[in-house]
Ligand binder design. Structure first.
Ligand SMILES: [Fe+2]
Ligand SMILES: [Fe+2]
Length: 165
């Protein structure tokens, strides 16, 4: 059984993961309409991953005999800036999520800690991936050809489903 406090906090993280999916899908829409189909595809895949993260919490809460409560999903901003600004916003968002995951370990029982370990590792990978994209975008600067090459490269991201989901 989950403690009521832990159950509430796990539900809150599930909501955050759904909000992340919403944010990235909005970013995908932005890229789609601003001439970057590859960045858009990358963000769509990212949104799918976040939804899979939310489902991990959903299943874990239920498996532990808890009640999964789907709270309101945060509305993402409707407008975004340059590709660099969008990916910087994504990096800042991932850092916030990493801090939230770390915070969940406090007061977590052993099974919940083991469950959270997957997320702790996943956050390292997500932050590293997005940091690298941010650095590449900084190098690309205002160069149209460089941005188009990056758009093509990111568009080839594999969208294999999360094996653990
Ligand atoms: Fe996530
Ligand atoms: Fe994420």
């Amino acid at each position: 059984m989950l403690s009521p406090d832990l159950e509430t906090r796990l539900n809150e993280q599930m909501r955050s993961e759904f909000s992340s999916a919403h944010l990235y899908l909005q970013m995908a829409a932005h890229f789609e309409t601003s001439g970057f189909p590859g960045f858009s595809a990358w963000m769509r895949a990212q949104a799918d991953e976040e939804r899979a993260h939310a489902m991990r919490f959903f299943d874990f809460i239920l498996d532990r005999g808890g009640t999964a409560v789907l709270g309101a999903v945060e509305a993402p901003p409707a407008e975004f800036g340059s590709p660099l600004e969008v990916f910087e916003a994504s990096l800042a968002h991932e850092r916030t999520i990493t801090t939230a995951i770390d915070g969940l370990y406090e007061g977590a029982d052993r099974a919940t800690s083991a469950f959270l370990d997957w997320f702790a590792t996943e956050q390292v990978e997500e932050e590293a991936t997005v940091s690298q994209i941010v650095e590449s975008l900084k190098l690309a600067g205002q160069s149209g050809p460089a941005l188009l090459i990056m758009d093509r490269d990111l568009g080839s991201r594999s969208t294999a489903p999360d094996p653990g989901a």
